[in-house]
Design a protein around this ligand. Structure first.
Ligand code: GAL
Ligand code: ZN
Length: 658
């Protein structure tokens, strides 16, 4: 199986989406000159080129692409070649309106933007396959080709009739019989029982709340339907070039694709990362996406897209202050990225993204953005060979799961203020603040190698996953589990007692009598801290220690945090400092230490491949005391006991004490 190593060959890939079809060909020469100047060694081509390659149904215009690939190759730049199937040309929608997606209420999603294809449409799939076939055949032997990039950010959802038929086929293979489906969906409720497969629809717009199990299955189905589009194209390119790795770029923390399942179908796991430069927690968010993607990849991974400056799709789009692009870029590398690419190389002058930054911005080659890009390219050339292919050790796993996420978004739940992704971010953030390394894992994967496992929240847990958690603690592991976990089974059916019985026994809970969600901004006092978002009326069974109890209010005196041996249960979301305190305490009991003790606030330490990365997320300089002698690979300077970091500064250190 090909992998990212085949493309990196001991380097870190550096570059970005290159859309030269937006420019006259004279500009191309300037592009490659500046790419060389910036240390670019990889460009992603063709992502939105469908109409250029196939201007009329069945036509093929490869001449420009031939010239382009030859040009970048002549400059020693590799190509991540995209199948351009995410944005069909207007002729397809005009000629075949059934390829256009329909929304929940039946309106058509028109062409004129991008991603306007129905993943279930056989017509779309036929055109996409045929173009992919010809593209792969034409460039299979091109020496510039390093990676296949299938489509772009698969994300369309569709509720059309074709989709309905496809959904029914998917359901038939999942359930076999209508009776099984009716049982799984609980259709006895509200007279929803189905008498024929043909009656079943995707969850379209309805009068009131829709069946949550039907919605859950539709999310599973849509992820699978999009994956069929991906694997169809992947199989075509892999047939032509079995030695070239294949990827498709994920949107970060996007609910539409079960990234664990998709990652298994990829040779390279890649993701598009756009933390908000204005967000004081942007560095933590970037770290979380890195940890997540590295975990899905099971090793080095690829930043397929990031922004050198502002994006243009937030309400207010902030540029990156000097140094922030470099800081977050090197942070991704520290956390396992072996490829650092941007959207996009040259900022557009027309179209919907003309206000979105590029590596080469409207300010041009003397602009601050491009100067910082050149610096990053030069630094990657130095550290790339040291880190490429190496791992990032972690003793802590955070469990993360799409089924649980999907079930947590349904209508009619106890509190619509509870957000799965915010909980994951809060728990990851608490560990990040504590300087403890972590990775993500999927429920059901092997846990015994971790000293500690965290469950921010898994509302839905299958039986096997529950058994795994119990076995993990019995085997000596430390489990810290957040509220509203193990509440439903794989069909979204409630487990009696407020939580799966095996989990209640694990945590020392007899019954969860009621969930007491909190209002926005409200807090509940606990011993030594305040809880937010949620609280629970728990009846302990006497076998667990009460680490903290609720004080005041309706739950006065009842446990808010329980600990039974290695199993901890948090029935509220402690405020950030308190959550960190609890996790640090559990970690210490599990023998987990931070990467480096005594770091100043805002400084992150990560070890990768024998190197120590120090990253200052603070807006003022920082001083880190570090025993021993260290060589900073970025400056060539030696640090003797003290490392000084500028605002947004980074040091990449090798211990040379010996
Ligand atoms: C990504 C997309 C790119 C570009 C970018 C802008 O979602 O893949 O094509 O639109 O966002 O931030
Ligand atoms: Zn459709």
């Amino acid at each position: 199986m090909p992998s990212l190593r085949d493309a990196t060959r001991g380097r870190v890939l550096f570059g970005g989406d290159y859309n030269p079809e937006q420019w006259p060909e004279e500009v191309w020469a300037d592009d490659v000159r500046l790419m060389k100047e910036a240390g670019v060694n990889s460009v992603t081509i063709g992502v939105f080129s469908w109409a250029m390659i196939e201007p009329r149904p069945g036509a093929r215009e490869f001449g420009w692409l031939d010239r382009l690939l030859d040009l970048v190759h002549a400059h020693g730049i590799g190509v991540v070649l995209a199948t351009p199937t995410s944005s069909p040309p207007p002729w397809m929608g005009a000629l075949h309106p059934e390829t256009l997606p329909r929304t929940e209420d039946g309106s058509v999603v028109n062409y004129g933007s991008r991603q306007h294809f129905c993943p279930s449409s056989p017509v779309y799939r036929r055109y996409a396959a045929s173009l992919t076939e010809d593209l792969a055949a034409r460039y299979a032997d091109h020496p510039a080709l390093t990676v296949w990039h299938i489509n772009n950010e698969y994300c369309t959802h569709c509720w059309c009739d074709e989709t309905a038929a496809h959904f029914r086929r998917w359901l038939a293979s999942r359930y076999g019989t209508l009776d099984a489906l009716d049982a799984a969906w609980g259709t006895a409720f509200w007279s929803q029982r189905y008498g024929a497969w043909a009656e079943i629809l995707p969850p379209r717009r309805a009068q009131y709340m829709r069946n949550p199990a039907q919605e859950l299955d539709f999310k599973r189905f849509t992820s699978d339907a999009l994956m069929e589009c991906y694997t169809a194209e992947r199989d075509i390119v892999a047939r032509h070039t079995p030695h070239i790795p294949v990827t498709t770029n994920f949107m970060p923390l996007w609910s539409g694709q079960d990234a664990w399942a998709w990652a298994e179908q990829e040779d390279i796991v890649s993701v598009d990362v756009y933390p908000d430069p204005k967000d004081p927690r942007g560095g933590q968010y970037n770290a979380m996406l890195a940890d997540m993607t590295r975990s899905q990849a099971g090793g080095p991974w690829m930043v397929m897209e990031q922004a050198a400056g502002p994006v243009n799709w937030r309400a207010v789009n902030h540029p990156k202050p000097a140094g922030l692009n470099r800081l977050w870029s090197l942070q991704s590398v520290a956390r396992g990225a072996d490829a650092l690419c941007y959207f996009q190389w040259r900022q557009s002058r027309q179209g919907a993204e003309k206000f979105h930054s590029g590596m080469l911005s409207h300010a041009g080659e003397s602009g601050r953005t491009f100067r910082e890009v050149k610096r990053i390219g030069a630094e990657l050339a130095v550290i790339g060979p040291e880190v490429s292919g190496t791992g990032v050790p972690a003793e802590v796993a955070v469990l993360h799961d799409w089924d649980a996420w999907w079930s947590s978004t349904q209508e009619g739940r106890p509190s619509s203020l509870v957000s799965y992704t915010e909980l994951v971010q809060a728990w990851h953030g608490a560990l990040w603040d504590a300087g403890i390394g972590m990775e993500f894992a999927r429920p059901g994967s092997a846990l015994s190698g971790y000293r500690m496992v965290l469950v921010p929240q898994l509302q839905l847990l299958g039986d096997a996953a529950v058994d795994d958690l119990v076995a993990y603690v019995r085997g000596g592991g430390t489990l810290v589990c957040g509220f509203f976990t193990g509440v439903v089974d794989v069909d979204d059916r409630i487990r009696p007692g407020g939580m799966d019985a095996r989990l209640r026994e694990l945590f020392g809970i007899r019954t969860v009598h009621e969930w007491w969600p909190l209002d926005a901004g409200a807090a509940v006092e606990c011993d030594g801290f305040r809880g937010t978002l949620w609280s629970e009326e728990l009846e302990p069974d006497g076998s667990a220690e009460t680490v903290a109890a609720y004080r005041g209010g309706e739950l006065d005196g009842l446990p808010s945090v329980l600990r039974k041996g290695g199993a901890w249960y948090l029935s509220t979301l402690p405020e950030p400092g308190a959550l960190r305190g609890l996790l640090v305490r559990a970690a210490a009991a599990a023998g987990v230490r931070p990467v480096l003790e005594g770091l100043p606030a805002g400084v992150e330490a990560v070890r990768r491949g024998g190197l120590l990365f120090l990253l200052n997320h603070g807006r003022t300089p920082a001083v880190v005391e570090l025993p021993g002698r260290h060589l900073d690979l970025l400056t060539g300077a030696e640090a003797d006991g003290v490392v000084r970091l500028d605002r947004y500064g980074v040091a990449v250190l090798r211990d040379v004490s010996a």
